[in-house]
Design a protein around this ligand. Structure first.
Ligand code: SAH
Length: 252
């Protein structure tokens, strides 16, 4: 059967969800639904134990197309034959050469893959065997309470899918224009002058005080316009203090 080309984030079209020996049709249906929530459409089933109809269809809600177009394979190797990246999921630490990643850490690896990327999930009762995990390029473990790490199959698919969906659809934070080093240095000089007039400096801890001010402003990463506004405030303070008779040093 052809795999669906339904609307999904383009960045996830190469992602394939593989369920190895799923035991309950309910979970296959809930997986199809979770996949569609996350913009995933390609489902591969390795020797499922139950027929998809009617339970999988009932649990899939509106995600029938994922089930209609799911591909069946007799063995895991067949399902993975055309995949360039294989991510195995496991609840428990296995005897494995690989240190498991979190779904969030794995998401950029999946997005960067230029061929098909498989996410492999194991059977409900036993999970993936060590031999099956050996087929994987990376392992993913969803962080949980360590005393109860085993998630429901479809819920595990949802959490991994969710991280992929976020990574594929969240635009990078927009950089705002930031003030230049010169604008900031002029601001700090102005601030230091005003703090000196106000009596906040000159008690032996000036360097510490100014460093704290620099840390605060550095964290805020002000725009050039914000620095102009802050300097306007400083100038007002200078004028007010001047009117009160404070001697002003030469202004920059
Ligand atoms: N009893 C099995 C759990 C199987 S749950 C075991 O302890 O391994 C069915 C499948 O859901 C698992 O094979 C895995 O693919 C996925 N899964 C469940 N919990 C998970 C977790 N915490 N992290 C990653 N995958 C998980």
């Amino acid at each position: 059967m052809a795999e669906p080309s339904a609307a999904s984030p383009a960045a996830l079209e190469h992602v394939v969800v593989v369920l190895v020996h799923p035991q309950e049709a309910n979970n296959i249906g809930a997986t199809a639904r979770a996949m569609r929530n996350c913009g995933l459409t390609r489902l591969r089933l390795v020797a499922p134990e139950e027929p998809l109809y009617p339970d999988a269809y009932r649990l899939a809600a509106g995600a029938h197309a994922v089930l209609d177009q799911a591909r069946l394979f007799p063995a895991l190797d067949d399902a993975l034959a055309d995949c360039a990246l294989v991510i195995g999921t496991t609840a428990r630490r296995r005897k494995s050469r690989l240190e498991p990643l979190t779904p969030r850490e794995a998401a950029p690896l999946v997005l960067a893959c230029s061929g098909l990327a498989a996410l492999v999930f194991g059977p409900e009762r036993t999970g993936l065997t060590n031999q099956e995990l050996d087929r994987c390029t990376y392992l993913v473990t969803i962080p949980t309470d360590p005393t109860f790490p085993s998630l429901n199959l479809a819920q595990a698919v949802l959490l991994v899918g969710y991280e992929l969906f976020l990574a594929a659809t969240t635009p990078p934070p927009r950089e705002h224009p930031t003030a230049t080093a010169r604008e900031l240095e002029n601001f700090y000089a102005h601030l230091q002058r005003v703090l000196t007039i106000a009596g906040s400096l000159g008690h032996g801890a000036d360097e510490h005080m100014m460093r704290t001010m620099r840390e605060l402003i550095s964290r805020a990463r002000p725009t050039p316009r914000e620095v102009v506004i802050l300097r306007g405030v400083l100038s007002e303070l200078e004028r007010t203090m001047g009117a009160r008779g404070t001697t002003l040093p030469h202004s920059q």
